[in-house]
Ligand binder design. Structure first.
Ligand code: NAD
Length: 419
């Protein structure tokens, strides 16, 4: 950079890191259709959804390319000198990811891990390793040195366990079920590994009688049946104020009837099949009474399960446990306090929505619900720039936004005496 005083330059190692992440983001954009096809075939998810997810991967990598030189320490007033903090990389981080949004969730961890200067060993889920493997190849093509981003495939009990136990792995970034999350925490305790956990959910979609019911009902199917319900943020409990319950149920059934279920390769398809026969049997076991609505699903090849709406009480299994399939529990509530009580009556606390035209109530309820991510008059949960993660048994630590960088760096405090 001619003319620029050397001390005015950004440090070369940070520039190099940012450039490599930026190149990877650009390569993902250039290969977006290929990656979306891989993801759609591997998971069985509609191609339109897969395209959106790959688009987010590129944005996430661009975001963290920009974050490399914006995550830094502070100076703290102390007596007798100057106190300052530094953000140090952890070293080798082990990343373990699930099968429902494989490449998307991989990028949420790889982006901040590399931005902080760590090296990565990532183990994708057994059923869906292909898109992460391709991302590993693109990282090499981007110029990320061999050994910095390593993709290792295999069984959780073998490869995952090895990462958890390995003494040179400094941290496990895990997304998956709460049960396996418990094992990760247990295993990590032996070497005092850092752990962040993104686990299950049973999120509530809370609809007050004063909401725009048409809008809330039109959006609700996508908040639970997207990815065939195999979504940790699925609003799989819809709580509706009793005075609007019948009207909302009618509108919800109508909107769900319009959901386009079918061939994942068709651009118009909104819901595809489930991941496996075993998973379909688990999903089916949650429907214990006659649903108020059961949609259509193709016969034949594919682990199809129709979009299903059941009326439930807060104590029913379908209202308490994560179904991870296209089954939603519709539950009436009496008033604001009752809505908050039912929403919080869950061991999980990942996501959720509040629909009302009363702004003060929207904020009261948003503050009262024990959940990491809430939307008012919307069902969105994830953006590259905003923190995402759970309360309670949905895990701890945050992904996305600048907050994710906390989970991939160590704070070092240095005191310089001026005496
Ligand atoms: P899972 O817990 O069965 O597997 C997740 C990963 O852990 C896989 O890579 C698997 O191979 C590995 N694993 C399994 N057993 C292991 C062990 N003993 N030691 C180490 N690794 C092991 O989860 P899944 O079925 O792939 O995904 C579904 C779950 O993930 C759901 O509960 C869902 O809510 C959750 N999820 C959470 C988020 C979030 O961000 N909170 C996002 C997506 C999915």
């Amino acid at each position: 950079m001619p003319g620029l005083d050397p001390v005015a330059r950004l440090p070369e190692h940070l520039l190099a890191n940012a450039r490599l992440l930026r190149r990877l983001a650009t390569l993902v954009e250039e290969h977006s259709e290929e990656l979306a096809q891989i993801e759609s075939h591997n998971v069985g998810k509609p191609i339109s959804g897969a395209r959106g997810e790959v688009g987010m991967v590129a944005q996430v990598l661009h975001y963290y390319a920009g974050a490399v030189d914006k995550h830094f320490g502070e100076t703290i007033p102390v007596g007798g000198g100057v106190d300052m903090t530094f953000r140090e990389p952890l070293g080798i981080v082990g990343l373990i990811t699930p099968w429902n949004f494989p490449i998307n969730i991989a990028s949420w961890k790889i982006g901040p891990a590399l931005a902080c200067g760590n090296t990565v060993v990532i183990k994708p889920a057994e059923l869906t390793p292909l898109s992460t493997m391709r991302l590993g190849e693109l990282a090499l093509e981007a110029g990320i040195p061999e050994g910095v981003l390593n993709v290792v495939v295999g069984k959780g009990l073998v490869v995952g366990q090895r990462l958890i136990e390995h003494q040179h792995v400094a941290k496990i970034g895990f997304t998956g079920s709460t049960e396996v999350g418990q094992l990760v925490m247990q295993g990590a305790s032996k070497t005092i590994k850092r752990v962040t956990l993104e686990l299950g959910g049973k999120s509530a979609n809370v609809i007050f009688a004063d909401a725009d019911l048409e809008k809330a009902a039109a959006a609700a199917p996508y908040a639970v049946f997207d990815n065939a319900g195999q979504d940790c943020c699925a609003r799989s409990r819809i709580l509706v104020e009793r005075s609007a319950y019948d009207r909302f149920a009618e509108l919800l059934i109508e909107a769900t009837r319009n959901l386009k279920v079918g061939d994942p390769e068709d651009d118009a398809t909104e819901m595809g099949p489930l991941i496996s026969a075993q998973h379909r049997a688990t999903v089916a076991s949650f429907v214990e009474s006659e649903p108020i609505f059961r949609g259509d699903a193709p016969d034949g090849k594919g682990f199809w399960y129709p979009a299903t709406i059941v009326e439930a009480r807060p104590d029913d299994r379908v209202a308490r446990e994560e179904v991870f399939g296209p089954v939603v529990a519709l539950i009436p509530f009496e008033d604001e306090a009752d809505a908050i009580r039912i929403a919080n009556d869950s061991e999980y606390g990942l996501s959720g929505s509040i629909w009302t035209l009363d702004g003060a109530r929207a904020f009261r309820v948003a503050r009262a619900i024990e959940s990491g991510v809430l939307s008012i008059n919307s069902n969105s949960s994830v953006r590259p720039s905003t923190p995402f993660g759970g309360f309670k048994r949905s895990g701890f630590g945050r992904e996305l936004g600048m907050h994710a960088l906390e989970g991939y760096s160590e704070i070092k405090n240095v005191f310089y005496s001026t005496d």
